[in-house]
Design a binder for this molecule. Structure first.
Ligand SMILES: NC(=O)C1=CN([C@@H]2O[C@H](COP(=O)(O)OP(=O)(O)OC[C@H]3O[C@@H](n4cnc5c(N)ncnc54)[C@H](OP(=O)(O)O)[C@@H]3O)[C@@H](O)[C@H]2O)C=CC1
Ligand SMILES: O=C(CO)[C@H](O)[C@H](O)COP(=O)(O)O
Length: 467
């Protein structure tokens, strides 16, 4: 075997196999390692004619790589990443680079960076988004970790990343676990947008009684306008898919229980730790949980009255729903990006939010035409605390948030759960309220626990002997 490979990939599953073929397409020689011989064979077969090889031997793999070695892992997050590192470590030399491209939990990445730096090995946590198709033909790549490590891999990442206006969708995000953190929040936003689309579908289907065909056509039309995005586009496609078993619409045959691997939950949990509210993302995680309670939901559906008023779609229904969905999309990105700003300060990532929006414009699951406007907003004001404070976005929301309000009224009247649409509007309404009723909460805290309160008319902290 040639002993001069530019790039090594550990894990030849959905992401790893596609990523390594993408690397080979760009003129780099690449070798893959997997414990499963069939995956190695599949790579070799698909890589015919390209400078790509596979092996099940870690010794062969490491020996075949040019120094300093550039090794990327696309294996399941968690203990397997540590096991692979321990396996490779005795075979590596100082100055080699290990890149974890999986959805790893960011504190794990911090631990691994410190552990490997002690041994003279660079370690980077790199978010990769775009699914199988993205990995194969151009993902969005979010690298974080030591800059010396990034310098070694930057040319390969720039070559394989998705391109928007000829710019590669990759940029060094920041120190330590910045790459995994940005990918985690990307996935949190992904959860929010997916649930918002699902709720809009529910309002169309159960609320307005529209057919799958009309619903699909509506998403298709929206995907050509300001809601242009990967998730709206695939939603339109999903409504066209027939079930090969029954010939009926496949979407109606799919069980309404959505699984989750953890990145959405971590986004919510860490937002709580930072004290940075992301209610749309929280609600999306909660709805996956409620979806999993299928048996109890079935039971309850027989206990509670299901009668609801008949609603007739008026002429404006599509515009109203589009305004609602678009406003909620903007609010969801605003929450996620505000979390990134807070995390950047807390963890000293030094994130450039405009660059984050730039690399999310192509290749990734949350790519959307909206992201170009978001990029510009953060370019205008790099220290923008919240997207909703940008003049252009304030104007957009001023003109479309009433659509969201109308959708919610309709959903409440018909008993359709719209947690994410509702959380988005409440976040917006709370964010634009100079006064909230939390003066009363402060009074209650002081009443029962002498926790003190601040006053509107004097400096300092106060306590009252209530009652
Ligand atoms: N699928 C997706 O759309 C996306 C996934 N990700 C993330 O990328 C990572 C990989 O995901 P994905 O490709 O979907 O996962 P897969 O399960 O498809 O692939 C993982 C591969 O790693 C192999 N593997 C496991 N242990 C070892 C080991 N010790 N040495 C070598 N190979 C090993 C597995 O082999 P075997 O099957 O035999 O165990 C499998 O071939 C995950 O962190 C995931 O969250 C990120 C973005 C999108
Ligand atoms: O990272 C991804 C896309 O960006 C993966 O597809 C991820 O698995 C999606 O999360 P979940 O499985 O929890 O829905």
């Amino acid at each position: 075997m040639d002993e001069n490979f530019d790039f090594g990939m550990v894990g030849l599953g959905v992401m790893g196999r596609n990523f390594i073929l993408n690397v080979a397409d760009h003129g780099y020689s690449a070798i893959g390692l997997d414990t499963d011989a069939q995956k190695v064979e599949a790579l070799t077969a698909e890589g015919t004619g390209k400078q790509v090889e596979g092996t099940v031997s870690k010794e062969v793999f490491v020996k075949a790589l040019k120094s300093p070695r550039k090794i990327m892992l696309l294996v399941p997050a968690g203990k397997i990443v540590d096991a692979v590192i321990e396996d490779l470590l005795p075979l590596l030399d100082k100055g080699d680079l290990i890149i974890d491209g999986g959805n790893s939990f960011f504190p794990d990445t911090n631990r691994r960076i410190t552990y490997l730096a002690d041994k003279g090995i660079h370690f980077m946590g790199v978010g990769v988004s775009g699914g199988a198709e993205g990995a194969r033909f151009g993902p969005s790549i979010m690298p974080g970790g030591p800059k010396e490590g990034y310098a070694l891999i930057e040319p390969i990442f720039r070559a394989v990343a998705a391109k928007v206006d000829e710019e590669p969708c990759v940029a060094h995000m920041g120190n330590t676990s910045a790459g995994n953190y940005v990918k985690m929040v990307h996935n949190g936003i992904e959860y929010g947008l997916m649930q918002l689309i699902a709720e809009t579908y529910d309002v169309m289907k159960r609320g307005l009684g529209l057919s799958n065909e009309t619903i699909g056509q509506t998403f298709g039309k929206w995907s050509e306008g300001r809601l242009k995005s990967f998730l709206v586009e695939i939603t339109a496609d999903i409504f066209k898919q027939k079930d090969p078993l029954t010939g009926e619409d496949l979407v109606d045959k799919i069980l309404d229980k959505a699984k989750q691997k953890g990145t959405g939950k971590w986004t919510s949990q860490n937002a709580m730790d930072l004290g940075m509210p992301v209610p749309t993302i929280d609600a999306a995680v909660t709805m996956r949980g409620i979806s999993a309670l299928k048996e109890q939901r079935s039971q309850a559906s027989k206990v509670f009255d299901q009668a609801k008023p008949e609603l007739i779609a008026d002429e404006q229904w599509a515009d109203t729903l589009e305004q609602g969905l678009y406003s909620a999309f903007v609010i969801t990105y605003a929450q996620g990006l505000a979390q990134l700003s807070a995390a950047s300060l807390e963890y000293s990532y030094e994130l450039n939010i405009s660059a984050v929006a730039r690399i999310w414009r192509g290749g990734c699951i949350i790519r959307a035409s909206l992201l170009e406007h978001i990029r510009k907003a953060y370019e205008r004001t790099p220290a923008l605390k919240n997207l909703l404070l940008d003049d252009a976005f304030a104007e957009i929301l001023d003109s479309s948030h009433n659509g969201l309000r109308s959708v919610l009224k309709l959903a409440i009247d018909t008993g359709i759960p719209v947690s994410c649409l509702g959380a988005s509007l409440s976040y917006f309404d709370a964010f634009k309220s100079e006064k909230l009723p939390l003066n009363l909460v402060q009074a209650q805290r002081d009443y029962f626990g002498s926790h003190t309160y601040e006053r509107t008319d004097q400096q300092g902290v106060f306590h009252t002997e209530w009652g």
